[in-house]
Design a protein around this ligand. Sequence first.
Ligand SMILES: NC(=O)c1ccc[n+]([C@@H]2O[C@H](COP(=O)([O-])OP(=O)(O)OC[C@H]3O[C@@H](n4cnc5c(N)ncnc54)[C@H](OP(=O)(O)O)[C@@H]3O)[C@@H](O)[C@H]2O)c1
Length: 294
Amino acid sequence: MSASTRRIGSLTVSALGLGAMPLSMGRGEPAPHDRAMATLHAALDAGITLLDTADIYAPSWDTTGHNEQLVGEALRSWDGDRSQVVVATKGGITRSAEGGGRDGSAAYLRSALERSLTALGMDSVDLYYWHRPDRSIRYADAVEALAGFQQEGLIREVGISNANVEEIDVAREVLGEGGLAAVQNEFSPTFFHTSRRELEHCGEHGIAFVPWSPLGGTGGGAAAVGERFPQIQRIAEAHAVSPQQVVLAWELALGEHVIPIPGASRPESITDSAQAMSLQLSDVDLAELNQIIL
Ligand SMILES: NC(=O)c1ccc[n+]([C@@H]2O[C@H](COP(=O)([O-])OP(=O)(O)OC[C@H]3O[C@@H](n4cnc5c(N)ncnc54)[C@H](OP(=O)(O)O)[C@@H]3O)[C@@H](O)[C@H]2O)c1
């Protein structure tokens, strides 16, 4: 395995993925279609082989599947080797004219997965996450539903998202040791306290830990990370790279099981972020970053 690949269960992926959400929602209007395709193709051309999407990533409640459709279309129109690309999507959050909700019932998850397969234009999904806990049901019940989808061949690997240590352990128990492939939680220099235990716990159990909003999110955190943390800016200048690359390289150095998925709505952002896979921070840099962030 090369230095820039990591494992999610049985899958090999680039050390960084692309978070496709900002193509469909976030600040303002969704990305124009041409730019969305260019962004996804730029990620793939830069060696990124993990594309992260979800059914609810859409400009409005009645355009669910928008982001999955973009991901599916970009893969079909890319001239590289699609067989190496891992697509991850999620289900379990509902959107309606009245607002958002959660539904972790087996029946809902099955219908959501079927809609995702249609939107992606695929027969199976490489990695399927339960998006957010539905605390009106037993946690184990939803994980059992995902295990059933895996046995049917509809999904290759099972993940959970926005999960605490106790929920990770329930999923491990249901799926058996090695059965839970990934945990996707929020984690960045501006948001790390509530996911540190989970990051470490995943490392102890061979589970990929996938930081979402790894740069601080589309609300301005990602763009301003250098201004907010002058030390990150200084380290970036010393290496002649962007502060976003420094953040991603720091996260990658937290463990071989850590696979951040920086979002992008422009090709330039993801082309720049992808270079963090080859950025070598020194021990002194990492010690300083750990001191100011952790
Ligand atoms: N599981 C969950 O509950 C959950 C929740 C939220 C998000 N997610 C996933 O996590 C992914 C990442 O999170 P996120 O998109 O919210 O936040 P993020 O990755 O922290 O920030 C994304 C923003 O960073 C900017 N950016 C990225 N690389 C950059 C660079 N090198 N230089 C300057 N700016 C850069 C992008 O700008 P441009 O838009 O201008 O390109 C984008 O708007 C999402 O796309 C989604 O797939 C999961």
